[in-house]
Design a protein around this ligand. Structure first.
Ligand code: ZN
Length: 230
C-alpha cells in the first residue's frame, strides 16, 4: 500500500505532550493534512477524553475516538484499575511507576497504523518522550524505531512514526508549545494522575508539568484558568 507521505495522524490523549505534538504536526504537515485519534482504553479519568475532543476542536482537526477496553479488563495499574492508588515511588518488582500500563503505547500506535492504512495516511505522530519522564520503556526511541519497522513489515507500508518530543526536556516542550501557538490549547489539557480539576499539584505528573513551565518562565494556562498561584 502506498501511503501518502503528506498526511499525518496524531495519537491525542488530551494531555500536554500529545497536544504539543498535534501542533507540531499542524506546523509540519498543514492543518488540512492532519487528523487525530484518541483511545478510550478504560482510563479512570474519563475527563481526559473530553480534553482530547476540546483540543482537537481548538486545533481545527477531525478527531475519532476508538473504544479499546481490554486494558481496564486486565487491571493491575493505577491508570485503569480503581483498586490501585497512584504511588509516588517506583514499584519494587518492576522498577517502574505503578502508572505504567504495559504495552499501551505499542497498542495505541498499532491501532493508529491500522486506522491509517485504508486512509493512506503515511505518518503517525505521538507525544511520547524519553527525557525527564517516568522511564516507561514503551516511550523510548529504540522502542518506536523497532515498532515502526514492525508496522512497515506487517502492513507492507511505508508508514513512519514521529515523536517530536522524544529528546526534549519538559522545559523545551513548553517552549516549543509557545513557538507553535499551542499555549491556549494547553488550557484544555489533563495531566494530573489523580484526575483533579484544578490539578492536585502534588502527584508526579503535576510536579513534572509545573517544573517545565517554571523552568521555561511561562505561566501554565491551565492553572491560570483556575486561579492557582504559580
Ligand atoms: Zn496531580
Amino acid at each position: 500500500m502506498q501511503a501518502d507521505p503528506g498526511k499525518a495522524l496524531v495519537v491525542l490523549s488530551g494531555g500536554q505532550d500529545s497536544t504539543t505534538s498535534l501542533y507540531w504536526a499542524l506546523d509540519r504537515f498543514g492543518r488540512d493534512q492532519v487528523s487525530a485519534i484518541t483511545f478510550d482504553y478504560g482510563q479512570r479519568h474519563r475527563f481526559e477524553l473530553e480534553c482530547a475532543a476540546r483540543v482537537a476542536s481548538a486545533a481545527g482537526v477531525a478527531q475519532v475516538c476508538l473504544p479499546i477496553d481490554t486494558f481496564a479488563a486486565m487491571g493491575g495499574d493505577a491508570l485503569t484499575d480503581p483498586g490501585v492508588a497512584v504511588a509516588d515511588g517506583l514499584d519494587e518488582r518492576s522498577g517502574l511507576p505503578n502508572t505504567f500500563v504495559p504495552g499501551r503505547n505499542l497498542v495505541f500506535l498499532t491501532y493508529a497504523a491500522a486506522w491509517a492504512w485504508p486512509r493512506r495516511i503515511g505518518n503517525l505522530v505521538t507525544g511520547v518522550a524519553q527525557t525527564d519522564y517516568s522511564g516507561y520503556p514503551d516511550c523510548r526511541a529504540a522502542t518506536l524505531q523497532s515498532l515502526e519497522q514492525t508496522l512497515q513489515l506487517g502492513m507492507e507500508s511505508e508508514i513512519r512514526i514521529h515523536a517530536p518530543l522524544m529528546h526534549r526536556s519538559k522545559k523545551d516542550t513548553v517552549e516549543l508549545a509557545v513557538a507553535l501557538g499551542a499555549l491556549d490549547a494547553l488550557a484544555e489539557t489533563q495531566t494530573c494522575y489523580r484526575g483533579s480539576r484544578p490539578p492536585c499539584g502534588t502527584c508526579p505528573a503535576c510536579r513534572l508539568r509545573a517544573r517545565g513551565f517554571a523552568e521555561a518562565g511561562i505561566a501554565d494556562p491551565l492553572l491560570v484558568r483556575y486561579g492557582v498561584p504559580q
